[in-house]
Write a protein that binds this ligand. Sequence first.
Ligand code: ADP
Ligand code: MG
Length: 160
Amino acid sequence: PFVADCYLPNETAQLELGRALAPALIGRAGLIFLHGDLGAGKTTLVRGLLRGLGVTGTVRSPTYTLIEPYSIQLADKTTTWPLFHLDLYRLADPRELDELGWRDLRADGGLLLIEWPERGAPLLPAADVSLHLTITASARQLRASGQPSWAAVMAVMQCF
Ligand code: ADP
Ligand code: MG
């Protein structure tokens, strides 16, 4: 698969990368995994993306709710595109995915962004794009891998 790397020196850079992903991701159906320790910047990246998609108001971390649904208005103004932000950190058992309505989410034709996907394994399918965030001193390092059909998304994360 395609690989990309990005050095993100501060929170602003993290938000800006999320924002920059919006045009490449809008309208797509798929599954994106966000790997990384607590504080690695997963939610910050999603927050930037949601801003880029025109979501105003507070973007909450799904730490306790496990899932935050969004309905994004597309350019034609008549179609909405579903986006789901999940944080599976508090999932005690992968089978709880069913209680979250996992099957319906997948069938919805929207984009799923999943923090802590390892908590949902082995019941989660393979991701279209996987992001791995690591903490380096006061900054963050992103490594991404993705399916060839997601090359436009991967290109945004190729910072070097
Ligand atoms: P996660 O969702 O991975 O647990 P968060 O997105 O909540 O992490 O971010 C945790 C903290 O890291 C926040 O205070 C945020 O401002 C900070 N942060 C995010 N990205 C960066 C970055 N590239 N450099 C420095 N700090 C960052
Ligand atoms: Mg988070």
